[in-house]
Design a protein around this ligand. Structure first.
Ligand code: GRF
Length: 211
């Protein structure tokens, strides 16, 4: 079974969606570990309430990036983690971890990348920018994580219409519902071995995989 580590920084509604999908039997995976750079993150409390090991670990606790990376890699190995999910994680994952888990780190972003992504494009900033631009659609993207913010290849994307009277809050709430659908679905595709990656092209294989 696929073993996950989920990185979080905030309230953890995407973590909740993963936990719920596992409970409902829609996601064939187990969450071995939740890591947050913020001690007070709601997501850590949520993990603990679900009997998942939850750790507060931030780069600031280490004297060098090397020490931070090797601590992370040690934890990931100790828990047998096969896939890392960034679910509202606002820090960069160190290069050594990205290298070790190449093509095995996913992020959820609340817009249709490559639009409205990159450093500083998180939370309400994204939805404000979408409305300010006058877009008619927004959406959510699950993508592979590479060394930059929001630049890795998309795995799943789903549109959400922008309504005439939208506010950033209302748009965010509708996009969030879509995030909660596509994140567990993308992780399940990995669990089923149905994700084929060639350069930036991610192909979803039919059930049963590539012959
Ligand atoms: C989500 O909108 C996600 O797309 C973004 O951060 C937010 C996290 O929300 N990366 P939550 O903590 O999962 O509720």
């Amino acid at each position: 079974m696929l073993t996950l580590c989920v990185f979080v920084s905030g309230r953890g509604s995407n973590l909740a969606a993963l936990i719920e999908a596992i409970r409902l039997g829609r996601l064939d995976a187990r969450i071995a570990l939740v890591i947050s750079n913020k001690a007070e993150a709601g997501a850590l409390a949520l993990a603990r309430a679900n009997a998942i090991t939850a750790l507060h670990l931030s780069p600031a606790q280490f004297t060098s990036e090397e020490a931070y990376s090797s601590s992370l890699l040690g934890l990931l190995e100790e828990h047998g983690v096969g896939l890392i999910v960034l679910a509202g994680y606002l820090k960069k994952i160190p290069a050594a971890v990205i290298q070790h888990y190449r093509h095995r780190i996913l992020n959820i972003h609340p817009a249709l990348l490559p639009a409205f992504g990159g450093k500083g494009m998180y939370g309400h900033h994204v939805h404000e920018a979408v409305l300010d631009y006058g877009c008619k659609v927004s959406g959510a993207t699950v993508h592979i994580v590479d060394s930059d913010y929001d630049t890795g290849a998309p795995v799943l994307q789903q549109c959400v219409p922008v309504l005439e009277d939208d506010t950033p809050e209302r748009l965010a709430a509708r996009v969030l519902e879509t995030e909660h659908e596509i994140l567990p679905r993308a992780v399940q595709l990995f669990a089923e071995g149905r994700v084929w990656i060639e350069g930036r092209r991610v192909t979803i294989l039919a059930k049963g995989g590539r012959e």
